[in-house]
Design a protein around this ligand. Structure first.
Ligand code: CA2
Length: 146
């Protein structure tokens, strides 16, 4: 069984509750429910973690070392600021897929750069909640060597 860690960064706990025009109607719990079902079909298990705190996200990434096979992460706004999250991903060396609900490249210039992209297997953005499902599929296919 492939073991995955799903990580959500700051403010993503507000999904479905605020700004639905940008981030959609689905709550984080809805997205996680879909991911659990998708993971089951792909013979994978997953644990989910959300924090607004950069240090807690780094701790979660470090804890995957030797425990998980892959990481699916939406680092939220830390995407554009966090060398610490990037270094943690690089340090554990666990294949990581970066996902975003919105197309960060169509938005403000400060969202165009990701500190995470260079240490990720790949990035999926712009498909709303479906970015997570597509990212999960891509991560599992990568881990299976497809
Ligand atoms: O598009 C994405 O998934 C982002 O990672 C979302 C971040 C943003 O800073 C990134 O540039 C792109 C923001 C997440 C905020 O989520 C909210 C959800 C509902 C209401 C307010 C914020």
């Amino acid at each position: 069984m492939i073991k995955l860690q799903v990580i959500h960064g700051p403010n993503l706990n507000l999904l479905g509750l605020r700004e639905p025009a940008i981030y959609g109607n689905q709550t984080l719990a809805d997205i996680e429910q879909t991911l659990v079902a998708e993971a089951e079909m792909l013979a994978a298990t997953l644990s989910c973690f959300q924090s607004n705190s950069e240090g807690a996200l780094v701790d979660c990434i470090q804890a995957t070392f030797g425990q998980k096979d892959g990481i699916l992460i939406n680092p939220g706004a830390y995407t554009h600021t966090s060398v610490a999250i990037r270094d943690a991903i690089a340090a554990v060396g666990i294949p990581t897929v970066e996902v975003h609900l919105s197309n960060i490249h169509q938005r403000e210039a400060f969202r165009h750069h990701s500190y995470i992209a260079a240490v990720a297997v790949g990035q999926i953005c712009g498909f709303g909640a479906d970015s997570y499902r597509l990212g999960l599929q891509a991560l599992v296919r990568h881990l299976k060597g497809c």
